[in-house]
Design a protein around this ligand. Structure first.
Ligand code: UGA
Length: 466
């Protein structure tokens, strides 16, 4: 792909999950990328061992290796925004937007990048630069970025330097981020002028036309490039994440109704999902959503709507139902074991979903915290998770396997549906059951067939299942 006339010089500011995936995929698609990272440790790691990624994302290290092998200049790392501005036509802003005290997104890093980029535009006398928001930001951040850059340009006597702000939200899921980037359903481009649209079309041309090779299934349909104004693009991201979270909370609320009415939420979800207007995805009931995105984004959107003068109470309910699912898991264990105090609970799965080592917002951590508060002993096993945060590591015994974790326990609670758990054979599960003190199995993801576990001797409990 390299050396084609269509390749562009681009930069990515922030070598986090989104930044690294964006940079690797765009370099793989034939562009030349400069990545700016201001954390010295992370930068050193990327410079010295570019293929040893600071984040866990399947395929990313291989892709970076391939890009690096294809030729010098495809992908390089720096800590200087001025280098990025000098050597590229457009910069993707991929810095973090952590959650503030009242749920709002903290845009300090976005503002700082905008101001530094503006300084660099002045120093390079660079017109027509494009700043592309990729981080999840509240609606109207584009306007704020524009104002920040304009102020710096005015202060430094170069108000004549034209630039454009584009919103190009990411829709990457952890664990499938490469596929999500290279084979998306849609690419959203919120632009200020036709120039922004032309640039985004050029950047994504290899993705839009599917003109590159990478492992994995190539969908038959080409993605849609949706061009909108900046605010609408920003809102599409909020609206999409909140709607997906809503689907999960809706089916979890249904699970509660199912439990009280004798129905089975898996059947209800199947029946709902067959209606193409609803669709089957994100209707898996369980202990609720976690991760860095949904809990933070829904809270930020709620806060933002309030600031805009609209009380979007539905968003609050999404979060309340989600919290309730964690409490429900503990209640179910309490009901099954009578007293939790002094009981040993084996927790299967710590990460917020399978195929990641990310513990942020993980339902497991909340459930473990509650179990410990009630005096239970907790033993946990996860195939990928590192040390637990918030002082939990010292309070939780870590096992080396699912079977060891359950040995002598009074209950198992499955919180993350890792394939390793789902792949256990009847013999292996039977052996697990035989070595438990009480064979209570709380399936927090409705991942197992209840009849199968019951036939193996477990006291099976699901979420809204019979
Ligand atoms: C999510 C979105 O799916 C991406 O489209 C978006 O780009 C990303 O956030 C982001 O804003 O950056 P991610 O947080 O990686 O991606 O994870 P998901 O696969 O969406 O799962 C989120 C949580 O929902 C997990 O805890 C999962 O177990 C839970 N979930 C998902 C359910 O409880 N039920 C379901 O039916 C589906």
């Amino acid at each position: 792909m390299k050396g084609q006339d269509s390749s562009l010089a681009l930069s990515v500011i922030g070598a986090g999950h989104v930044g690294l995936v964006t940079a690797a995929c765009l370099a793989h698609a034939g562009h030349h990328l400069v990545v700016v990272e201001n954390d010295p440790g992370r930068l050193e790691m990327l410079r010295q061992h570019p293929t040893r990624m600071p984040i866990h994302e399947p395929g990313l290290a291989e892709m970076v290796e391939r890009v690096m092998r294809a030729g010098p200049g495809s992908l390089r790392f720096t800590d200087r925004i001025p280098d990025a501005v000098a050597d590229s036509e457009a910069a993707f802003i991929c810095v973090g937007t952590p959650q503030g005290e009242r749920g709002e997104a903290n845009l300090y890093y976005v503002e700082r990048v905008a101001a530094e980029a503006a300084d660099a535009l002045v120093e390079n006398g660079r017109p027509d630069f494009v700043l592309i928001e990729k981080s999840t930001v509240p609606v109207r951040t584009g306007e704020a970025v524009r104002r920040t850059v304009e102020r710096v340009l005015a202060r430094r006597g170069r108000p004549d330097l034209r630039f454009e702000v584009v919103s190009n939200p990411e829709f990457l899921s952890e664990g499938t981020a490469l596929k999500d980037f290279l084979f998306p359903d849609r690419i959203v481009a919120g632009v200020e002028s036709p120039r922004g649209e032309v640039l985004l079309r050029r950047i994504y041309e290899p993705v839009l036309s599917g003109r590159f090779d990478w492992t994995g299934t190539r969908p038959s349909k080409h993605p849609v490039l949706l061009v909108t104004d900046v605010q609408s693009a920003e809102l599409i991201k909020h609206a999409s994440n909140s709607f997906l979270a809503l689907k999960i909370s809706y089916i979890n609320a249904m699970a509660n109704v199912c439990e009280r009415s004798g129905a089975d939420v898996r059947e209800v979800a199947r029946g709902m999902g067959l209606d193409p207007r609803i669709g089957p995805s994100f209707l898996r009931a369980g202990v609720g959503f976690g991760g860095y995105c949904f809990p933070k984004d829904v809270a930020a959107f709620r806060r933002l709507s309030e600031e805009l003068g609209y009380r979007f109470d539905l968003l609050g309910q999404i979060l309340e139902i989600n919290d309730g699912q964690r409490r429900l898991a503990v209640e179910k264990l309490r009901k099954a074991l009578w007293n939790l105090r002094g009981k040993t609970v084996a927790v299967w799965g710590l990460t917020f979903k399978p195929e990641t080592e990310d513990l942020r917002g993980s339902p497991s951590l909340e459930i473990i915290g509650r179990l410990l508060d009630e005096g239970a002993r907790v033993r946990a096993y996860d195939p990928a998770a590192g040390p637990l945060p918030n002082g939990l590591e010292e309070r939780v015994a870590r096992a080396a396997s699912a079977a060891e974790c359950a040995h002598g326990a009074d209950a198992i609670v499955l919180v993350t549906e890792w394939p390793e758990f789902l792949g256990l054979t009847d013999e292996e599960l039977k052996a697990v059951q035989a070595r438990m003190n009480y064979p209570v199995f709380l399936d927090g993801r409705n991942a197992f067939d209840p009849a199968r576990l019951r036939s193996l001797g477990f006291e099976y409990l699901g979420i809204g299942v019979r």
